[in-house]
Design a protein around this ligand. Structure first.
Ligand code: MN
Length: 203
């Protein structure tokens, strides 16, 4: 079995002006495609070739650096595309809104802490909002293509929102202005999707 790159769940220009068309084309068509291709190469002919992506990611640290980097890359990007939508933005509601308020004090305070996790991740990586083992919300970040589901993660949780802070995610439009990109990200977050993940992780 090999993995395939699914089309984006919306058009390449759907997230304009917050995330530009060229970035989406290259990010999905070149970067994400390369993670899929290199993951397939890494598992071909090995005992791992029939495992699910979730299984590979969960044990990535014990399998190989190639599976950790490219399996993580495939999982993280798929999750990222599905976290955004053209008719998105706004604020969370219901149980998720209450949990954000309980954990972080307010939605504004949550946004600050999440952006700070992205800003303080030196080099390349991801910032995450997740549900921890006590079913509480937490914020963390991971280097490179690691994620909080991996055996190697410093902080483990079930991610419900993630943002890519690799330069390839924002450099064409924002150059070195990562904070501006992280600010624009709120306009495209699909809170309905995040809430579905929250309900699944806390039930
Ligand atoms: Mn990326």
């Amino acid at each position: 079995m090999s993995f395939t790159l699914l089309p984006l769940p919306y058009a390449h220009d759907a997230l304009e002006p917050h995330i530009d068309t060229t970035t989406m084309q290259i990010h999905h068509g070149k970067h994400h495609q390369a993670y899929v291709d290199n993951l397939n190469k890494a598992i071909a002919g090995t005992e791992h070739e029939n495992k699910s992506l979730e299984d590979l990611v969960a044990h990535a640290g014990k399998i190989s650096a190639a599976v950790r980097n490219n399996g993580g890359g495939h999982w993280n990007h798929t999750f990222f595309w599905e976290s955004m939508d053209e008719n998105a933005g706004g604020m969370p509601s219901g149980n998720l809104a209450k949990a954000i308020h309980d954990a972080f004090g307010s939605f504004e305070s949550f946004k600050e802490k999440f952006a700070n996790a992205g800003m303080t991740r030196f080099g390349s990586g991801w910032a995450w909002l997740g549900v921890d083992a006590n079913k509480k919300l937490c914020i963390c970040s991971t280097p490179n293509q690691d994620n909080p589901l991996m055996d190697v993660a410093e902080i483990k949780c079930t991610p419900i929102l993630g943002v890519d802070v690799w330069e390839h995610a924002y450099y064409l439009k924002y150059q070195n202005r990562r904070a501006e990109y992280l600010g624009a990200f709120w306009n495209v977050v699909d809170w309905k999707k995040v809430a579905e993940r929250f309900e699944a992780a806390t039930k």
